[in-house]
Design a protein around this ligand. Structure first.
Ligand SMILES: Cc1ncc(COP(=O)(O)O)c(C=O)c1O
Length: 329
């Protein structure tokens, strides 16, 4: 039977054994190819799930405008899903968002409003707060609120986590992922731990995010906040969708770790992915190196490298951020 629309193409992504990365025989890294969702990212899953829940609850109807703050990928998913359902959408994005991501959001029909990434987390100028404020202004506006809605991790519990378990036939020793909203790691971890409590859940966190310092019990965790280049990973504030209780460990990576792995994945595995995928696989490899065979480590590749042609895949940009030497990889 042929598929009936873009919404039917979401999920059921392939799982791939990254064979060239195995650190020793019998220790394997497997990755779920989330860039194969229709808008090129894992976020299609949560928006399809959350919007359907809103429709079922009578909160979304034909007059609804979907409103959200997004570092880009969620914006594309909201914009695509709104258009395919005949709805309008307004997206607030931080100015560190790549030009491609903004163009992609606009291409599906949304209105895009750019806010400074440097805005304090409590200010109305912060892109998430700006979206919440706008949503409160009109009864026909529906705030997706991916950072705080429990529907976000629930979407991953119901879809991604279940698929990962099935893809691996339940043979998983560790699961590694970055967190921004935390929906991915919290939802997948809940499913995996329910099925096998021995599976280790490892947060891969960029240096400059407060998540690892918070998890590690640092009282001054907010003082660890600094800027970094990898998009969609880490966070400068605590949010409701992130469940720290389900983590076993948090591992830091830096921009160079993540970007060098992105370039390695495209040249070695034929997978063109974004910076958070690089952070995930770099961290998965660090975990894999300390494991004894047989072991299977699973991670996700959240978005496509096509979204970063002006950045990670642009030698000029790499030079500008002091990582020009990676182009010779
Ligand atoms: C590229 C990318 N990777 C990873 C993530 C992290 O996913 P989550 O928000 O579920 O923690 C995001 C979320 O914004 C993202 O855009």
């Amino acid at each position: 039977m042929s598929k009936i629309g873009a919404l039917d193409l979401i999920g059921n992504t392939p799982m791939l054994h990254l064979k060239t990365l195995d650190p020793k025989p019998g220790v394997e890294i497997h990755a779920k190819l989330e860039f194969m969702n229709p808008t090129g990212s894992i976020k299609d899953r949560i928006i399809a799930y959350m919007v359907q829940k809103g429709v079922d609850a009578g909160k979304i109807n034909n007059n609804t405008t979907l409103v959200e703050g997004s570092s880009g990928n969620t914006g594309a998913s909201v914009s695509m899903i709104a258009s395919s359902m005949g709805l309008k959408s307004i997206l607030f994005v931080p100015d560190k968002c790549s030009d491609e991501k903004i163009a992609i959001i606009k291409s599906y029909g949304a209105e895009v409003i750019v806010k400074p990434a440097s805005a304090p987390v409590t200010s109305d100028e912060e892109y998430g707060n700006a979206a919440a404020k706008r949503a409160r202004e009109n009864a026909d506006f529906y705030h997706i609120d991916q950072y705080n809605s429990q529907l976000n991790p629930e979407a991953h519990y119901m879809t991604t986590g279940k698929e990962i378990w099935d893809d691996m036939n339940g043979k998983i020793d560790a699961f590694v992922a970055t967190a921004s909203t935390g929906g991915t790691i919290s939802g997948i971890a809940k499913r995996l731990k329910e099925n096998d409590p021995n599976i280790k859940i490892i947060l891969a966190d960029p240096e400059g995010s407060i998540y690892k310092p918070y998890f590690d019990g640092k009282e001054d965790y907010m003082s660890y906040k600094k800027s970094f280049k990898v998009e969609g990973a880490g966070k400068g504030a605590l949010v409701e969708a992130m469940n720290f209780d389900i983590l076993d460990e948090a591992v830091s990576f830096n921009d160079e770790n993540a970007i060098s792995m992105v370039l390695r994945l495209s040249r070695q595995e034929g997978l063109m992915v974004g910076g958070s995928s690089g952070g995930n696989v770099w961290t998965a490899l660090e975990i894999a190196k300390r494991m004894e065979a047989p072991a299977k480590i699973v991670t996700v590749l959240p978005d496509s490298g096509f979204k970063y042609l002006s950045k990670i895949f642009n030698p000029k940009w790499l030079n500008e951020i002091g990582l020009g030497h990676l182009t010779a990889y």
